[in-house]
Design a protein around this ligand. Structure first.
Ligand SMILES: [Zn+2]
Length: 277
C-alpha cells in the first residue's frame, strides 16, 4: 500500500510519508468542546458514522541531492520512511538535516535503527528541535507516561552529539525556517518553507484534525498546554491563509490549504479527495 503524496513548493519536492491510521470518537478527541457544537461540527467529518479518522505521517523535503527529514514517524516494523527515502535514492547516512516538530513517540520512533534499535538512523544528520522540547522530555518528567519511550528514542541521538537545540525561530537552510509553536507540547515547532514565491507550512500537531481549523479554540486531548495550543493554532491558521500556503499536518490525511469559511471563519480544503484506505 502506498498512500504517499508528493507535490512541489517552488523547486523543492515535498513528499508526505504515511505510516498508518487510527480513529476516535469526537468526545474522546475534544473533551472540552461543548457537546452540541462538537457533534454538529464533527458530523460531516465522521468516517464511519461514529469516529473521526486520523493518520500518522511525516514529510520529506528534497532539492537535488539534499533531503531533509521532517519528523520520523512512529518507527516499528512497517518502514514507510525507509521506503520513501529509498525512492529518493538518498541513503540515511547522507541525510544532513532532521527536523523534529516535537518528541511524542509517533514523531520520533523512526529516529533509531540497528538490530537492537539503539543507533541513530541518520548518523550524520543534525537533529533540529527546540531547547524547550528537549528539556521537557530529558530534564523533567513533564512528558508523563510517555517519557521512558521518548527518552529511548532521543538518548542515542544525544549521545552521538547529533542534537541541534534552538532557543528561538531559526532558518536552518535557505528558505527553511523553524518557528516555535508551543502548546501541543512546550517546545513544539512548525516549519515554514518558501521557494520561488510558494509557501509550505508543516503544522506538525498544531492541528490534529481538520475540524480544528473551523474550531481552533477546541482543545485536543493530546494538547499539553491547552490555552497556549489554542492561541498558537489561531496564529498559524492565520499565517497559512494569508500566505496561501499548502499546509501539511501530521495527522490529517492529505495536504491542503486554509480557506475562508462563511460560518466558522476558516476551513481546511484538501488538495485531493480523502483516502482513508
Ligand atoms: Zn502526533
Amino acid at each position: 500500500m502506498s498512500t504517499d503524496f508528493t507535490f512541489r513548493t517552488g523547486d523543492i519536492e515535498c513528499t508526505v510519508v504515511r505510516y498508518g491510521e487510527s480513529a476516535g470518537p469526537p468526545a474522546y478527541l475534544f473533551p472540552d468542546a461543548p457537546a452540541g457544537e462538537r457533534d454538529a461540527a464533527c458530523a460531516r467529518h465522521l468516517i464511519d458514522g461514529t469516529n473521526l479518522g486520523l493518520v500518522y505521517s511525516s514529510l520529506l523535503l528534497r532539492r537535488g541531492e539534499q533531503v531533509v527529514v521532517v519528523d520520523a514517524g512512529p518507527g516499528g516494523s512497517h518502514d514507510a520512511l525507509g521506503d520513501a527515502l529509498g525512492a529518493t535514492g538518498v541513503e540515511p547516512d547522507s541525510v544532513q538535516h532532521v527536523i523534529l516538530s516535537h518528541a511524542h513517540p509517533d514523531h520520533v520512533g523512526g529516529l533509531i535503527a540497528g538490530r537492537d534499535k539503539s543507533q541513530p538512523r541518520f548518523s550524520r544528520a543534525d537533529h533540529h528541535l527546540l531547547t524547550d522540547e528537549w528539556n521537557h522530555w530529558m530534564e523533567s518528567d513533564g512528558g508523563g507516561p510517555m517519557t521512558p519511550q521518548t527518552r529511548a528514542f532521543l538518548e542515542p541521538i544525544g549521545a552521538a552529539g547529533l542534537v541541534e537545540a534552538h532557543d528561538d525561530e531559526v532558518e536552518i537552510l535557505p528558505g527553511v525556517v523553524l518557528v516555535p509553536t508551543p502548546g501541543h507540547t512546550p517546545g513544539h515547532l512548525s516549519v515554514i518553507v518558501r521557494d520561488r514565491g510558494e509557501t509550505l507550512v508543516y503544522l506538525g500537531d498544531v492541528v490534529t484534525h481538520s475540524v480544528m481549523v473551523e474550531h481552533p479554540g477546541w482543545y485536543s486531548v493530546f494538547d499539553t498546554i491547552p490555552n497556549t495550543a489554542a492561541s498558537t493554532r489561531r496564529r498559524l491558521i492565520q499565517t497559512a491563509e494569508e500566505t496561501g500556503a499548502v499546509v501539511v499536518a501530521s495527522h490529517i490525511p492529505t495536504p491542503g490549504r486554509i480557506v475562508p469559511d462563511p460560518e466558522s471563519g476558516h476551513a481546511f480544503a484538501s488538495l485531493e479527495p480523502h483516502n482513508h484506505g
